[in-house]
Design a protein around this ligand. Structure first.
Ligand code: GLC
Length: 421
C-alpha cells in the first residue's frame, strides 16, 4: 500500500515534469474587429487546457493595412517573439517565404475546406496559412424603416441612393443624426474592397485582371467611383472619408443609418443586447451597378493562421494554427461571431443556421466573390492597393474626377509593373 502510493506519487511527478518540458510558451498576434479578441482569448484557454501550452495574444489595431506594415517589418527582421500570425487572405503571396508549410499538418483535414480558399493560401505548392474564416460583405438594411416608408430592398446603387435619401430626409425630423448609407471610405485596404465592388458591379473589371493586364482606366469604373463620390455629404457623412469597419458599425449600431456596407461580423454584434438595431435589420447582397456587365459584386475577404518560420516552438505553433482553424472553433465562430466558415459542412449545421440564418445564402455569395488582384500583382499587391485606394479617396474627397484620377492611376500602375508583375 505504502509502496503503491509512493509509486503513484513518483509517476505523477515524472509525468508533470515531462509535461512541463514539452509545454511551450507561444504568442499569437492578432488585430480584430468587434469583440474578436475576446473570442480568441476564450478559444486559447481551451487550447491551453488541452495541451498544457500557454499562449499570449499580442493585440494589433484592427486596420489590416496597419497590421501588414508591422508584420512585414517583424518578419523581415526574423522576429522570434511571434509564433503565429493572424493573416488576411490577400497576404499569402507577399509573405509566403516567411511562413512554414502547413500541408503536412493539414493533410487529413484539408478536404473539409472549400478548395478555392485553400488555393488562395497556397503559393507554389506551399500551404502558407490555415483558414479561420472567409468573408464576403453584405448590404445591411433597416427592415423597420423600409417597411415604414413602403420601400423595397434596393438591388441597384441608384435605388439605394434614392431610398437612402428619402428615408434619411424624413427621419431627420425626429433624429437629426440620421444618415442614409455608411461604408468604409478611409484611405486603407477596406476602401480597396468597397471600391472594387463598385467598379466590378458596373462591369468595370478588377483593377488588374488575372492575366496581369491593368484594366482600371475605363468608363464604367469611372462612373462607379463618381457615383460613390456623390454620396459624400449627401447620404453619407463627410466623416465617412475616415471610416473603417468599426466606425461605420458604430453609426449603424446606434440606429443612425438606413444602410451599411459591412462584413458579416457586424451581424452578431447588431443582434447583441446593447444594440439599438437589434431585431430591426437584415442583410442582402450588395446592389448592382448600371450598364453592360452590371451585377452585384462582393469582394472576397477572410482571415487565416500562419506559423512564423522564426518560431522557436514550431511544432506547438502548428498545433495552435490547426486548433484555431478546426471545425469545432469554426462552428463556434460562426455562431458567436457570425464569421463565415471555410468548412463546407458547417453551412448545413442547424446550430449555425439558427444563429446566423443569412449564411445559407452567403455560401453562394462568397463563392462568387471577386478576388483582389493579389495573385497577379504578387509581391507588389500592397503598393497596387494603396495606389488604387489613393485614387479613389482623392475622388471621394473632391480632388479630381474619377476619369482624371484613374488615368493617373493607370500610369502609376504601369510604372510599378515595369516589364512584369
Ligand atoms: C475584412 C476582410 C479582409 C479585408 C479587410 C479590409 O477584414 O476579411 O480580407 O482586407 O476587411 O478592411
Amino acid at each position: 500500500m505504502k509502496i503503491n502510493k509512493m509509486l503513484v506519487g513518483l509517476l505523477t511527478s515524472v509525468t508533470l515534469v515531462a509535461g512541463a518540458a514539452q509545454a511551450a510558451e507561444l504568442s499569437v498576434v492578432s488585430g480584430d474587429t468587434g469583440n474578436g479578441l475576446a473570442f480568441l482569448q476564450e478559444q486559447l484557454e481551451k487550447f491551453e487546457a488541452e495541451t498544457g501550452h500557454t499562449v499570449t495574444i499580442v493585440p494589433m489595431p484592427s486596420s489590416t493595412t496597419d497590421q501588414f506594415g508591422q508584420y512585414r517589418l517583424w518578419l523581415a527582421a526574423g522576429n522570434t517573439d511571434i509564433d503565429v500570425y493572424t493573416t488576411d487572405v490577400i497576404w499569402a503571396p507577399q509573405l509566403a517565404d516567411q511562413f512554414l508549410d502547413l500541408s503536412e499538418a493539414a493533410a487529413d483535414v484539408i478536404d473539409q475546406h472549400f478548395p478555392s480558399i485553400i488555393e488562395s493560401q497556397t503559393v507554389n505548392g506551399k500551404l502558407v496559412a490555415m483558414p479561420a474564416y472567409t468573408d464576403a460583405p453584405a448590404l445591411f438594411y433597416r427592415k423597420d424603416l423600409l417597411e415604414k416608408y413602403n420601400k423595397e430592398v434596393p438591388t441597384t446603387w441608384a435605388e439605394l441612393t434614392a431610398t437612402a435619401q428619402e428615408i434619411m430626409d424624413a427621419e431627420r425630423a425626429e433624429n437629426p443624426d440620421m444618415w442614409g448609407f455608411v461604408f468604409q471610405g478611409n484611405a486603407y485596404e477596406g476602401l480597396t474592397c468597397n471600391a472594387l465592388e463598385w467598379v466590378k458591379s458596373y462591369g468595370g473589371g478588377q483593377v488588374i485582371e488575372a492575366d496581369g493586364t491593368i484594366s482600371i482606366n475605363n468608363e464604367q469604373a469611372a462612373a462607379a467611383i463618381d457615383m460613390a463620390a456623390s454620396w459624400i455629404g449627401t447620404i453619407s457623412p463627410e466623416g465617412n472619408l475616415a471610416y473603417m469597419e468599426e466606425e461605420s458599425r458604430g453609426v449603424w449600431q446606434l440606429g443612425n443609418a438606413v444602410f451599411m456596407r459591412n462584413w458579416p461580423y457586424a451581424y452578431a454584434l447588431g443582434e447583441g443586447e446593447d444594440s439599438a438595431v437589434k431585431g430591426k435589420f437584415d442583410v442582402a447582397p450588395l446592389p448592382a451597378g448600371e450598364g453592360e456587365g452590371a451585377r452585384s459584386a462582393a469582394t472576397l475577404g477572410g482571415w487565416n493562421y500562419a506559423v512564423s518560420k522564426y518560431s522557436q516552438e514550431p511544432e506547438a505553433a502548428i498545433q495552435l494554427a490547426m486548433f484555431l482553424s478546426s471545425p469545432e472553433i469554426q462552428k463556434e465562430r460562426a455562431i458567436k461571431q457570425s464569421n463565415l466558415p471555410t468548412i463546407e459542412a458547417l453551412y448545413d449545421d442547424q446550430d449555425v443556421l439558427a444563429a446566423a440564418p443569412f449564411m445559407s445564402n452567403w455560401k453562394e455569395i462568397f463563392q462568387n466573390a471577386v478576388p483582389r488582384p493579389s495573385a497577379p500583382a504578387q509581391a507588389k499587391y500592397n503598393e497596387v492597393s494603396s495606389l488604387f485606394w489613393g485614387a479613389v479617396h482623392n475622388t471621394l474627397s473632391g480632388d479630381g474626377s474619377a476619369a482624371e484620377n484613374l488615368e493617373l492611376l493607370e500610369a502609376d500602375l504601369s510604372d510599378l509593373k515595369g516589364d512584369a508583375w
